[in-house]
Design a protein around this ligand. Sequence first.
Ligand code: FES
Ligand code: FES
Length: 150
Amino acid sequence: MNIKINGKIVPITSSGDTPLLWVIRDELNLTGTKFGCGQAQCGACTVHIEGSPTRSCSYPVKFLGTKEVTTIEGMDDKITHAIQKAWVDNQVPQCGYCQIGNVMTVKALLEDTKKPTDKDIDNAMGGHICRCGTYQRIKAAIHQAASSLA
Ligand code: FES
Ligand code: FES
């Protein structure tokens, strides 16, 4: 089958029941997206499907159809650059493992909500687990990114 990912149509040989995460990492070698729990519990594997944050570890690739996937490797726009700068300025990552998934959700949050409140951030980011406990830095960085885009 073919899938649409990061602006390209790409042929894949994985079976339809294969979780999208395995296709992304093992077949397409896009290793920015991480495997954490494999059970839709941690958010490390978050990608966008048609712009919505989705846990790729629990999404059979056959469900994609013509929907477009975007991974961190395909993100290159004003909001993404604002997030990137805020992450650096606030020294958000510790080990870094959870951060790609977080960034994917933050991008969708800032697309929908130009000036998110703490509550908006808690609601959007609540499903992301960071074993290093960077939650407060993530929140500060989201506020900075939003302000810089205003
Ligand atoms: S690896 Fe998918 S949610 Fe944890
Ligand atoms: S920075 Fe280490 S798990 Fe989040």
